[in-house]
Design a binder for this molecule. Structure first.
Ligand code: SF4
Ligand code: MG
Length: 333
């Protein structure tokens, strides 16, 4: 995707200091209006927890969420309602998130019902309009989810998310359960809808190659922390964190265009438990560049020497362009 430049306005800011749960900790992320911010990391790194905190499906134990300039952190259920309708989620599993016994028209119309908009018969034309918008046949209003393919079911999820004209859509692995050919269709749909309605996306995926195609900026998470944040092209062209390099090298195996360009970096060891994360840099037990200071000191997420100030990396020894990480040996005593 081409890098787009949007004026920076108030967006969503998530701040979270050390909490009881370490899944998402010390994360401070601003999503700019109209952009797609990709959030990438392995399963269990805290991406979904972060997403649920943003939309207030999860309560933060500490920290702050600002949405369109408002602090919504401490709001009650009813107080948060007007904000919740402006931020909607799309989930990974189009099968699991749709009730099989309900008709598709009524599923898509749920947000109208929940937020008390219009009578049932007034909702039907609105729902059919939404169905058309996402490429579903409005005549299939009375069908059940089982009568739709996987890609169509995800379109149902998208239609439901759009019902209340949100400004932010948090898409949690929206295409991971779909065939590759269908993934592209859904991604194109999301892209078209973004253009048409000026939507802001927080796009979560474990798959860096998917995130690359949709994101203006990308945040890489590891064990509940953002370890690198940069414009999408910048991150791919000059990945600075060893973990980002490892993710990219893994992704390039599936992408023959890149296979020659990057050597595969094999991460050793398991992902440590987020309940008792490693000291210092959390990546140190698996990092080919780790040294003693990495065990002792948490690296700050900041612009590193030679990088634009929009490219932030949390690493004491950022990877230099051309550096061969497959030959580096860690020197922890
Ligand atoms: Fe590796 Fe050290 Fe950088 Fe962490 S701070 S990623 S252990 S080099
Ligand atoms: Mg886009």
């Amino acid at each position: 995707a081409a890098v787009k430049h949007f004026p920076i306005k108030q967006g969503v800011i998530v701040k979270r200091e050390v909490g009881r749960v370490h899944a998402v900790e010390g994360v401070s992320l601003a999503v700019r209006r109209g952009e797609t911010l990709g959030l990438v990391g392995e399963t269990g790194c805290g991406k979904s927890t972060l997403a649920r905190c943003v939309t207030r499906l999860h309560q933060l134990t500490s920290g702050q969420i600002l949405f369109e300039g408002q602090d919504i952190t401490g709001l009650s259920r009813s107080q948060v309602r007007p904000y919740r309708r402006r931020m909607q989620m799309i989930f990974q599993d189009p099968y699991g998130s749709l009730n099989p016994r309900r008709r598709v028209g009524s599923i898509i119309g749920d947000p109208f019902a929940i937020h008390g908009e219009g009578e049932r018969d007034e909702r039907k034309p609105k729902v059919q309009e939404l169905m058309e918008l996402v490429g579903l046949n409005p005549e299939h209003y009375n069908r059940f989810p089982a009568e739709f393919s996987g890609g169509q079911r995800q379109r149902i999820g998208v239609a439901r998310a759009l019902a209340l004209k949100p400004s932010l859509i948090v898409a949690d692995e929206p295409v991971s359960a779909l065939d590759v050919s269908i993934q592209a269709q859904i991604i194109n749909l999301l892209d078209d809808l973004q253009q048409e309605f000026g939507l802001t996306y927080l796009f979560i995926s474990h798959d860096l190659s998917v995130v690359r195609h949709v994101s203006d900026r990308i945040a890489v998470m590891y064990l509940g922390q953002v370890v690198e944040l940069a414009d999408s092209e910048e991150l791919h062209g000059r990945p600075r964190h060893p973990y980002t390099n490892a993710l990219l090298s893994a992704a390039s195996v599936a992408d023959p265009d890149q296979a020659a360009a990057r050597q595969r970096i094999v991460l050793t060891g398991d992902v440590p438990s987020p309940v008792a994360p490693p000291s210092g840099c959390r990546f140190h037990p698996r990092c080919p560049k780790a040294q003693q200071i990495c065990v002792e000191q948490v690296p700050a997420l900041k612009a590193r020497s030679g990088d634009p100030d929009t490219h932030l990396t949390a690493c004491h020894f950022p990877v230099e362009p051309g550096e061969d990480l497959t030959r580096v040996t860690a020197t922890i005593p």
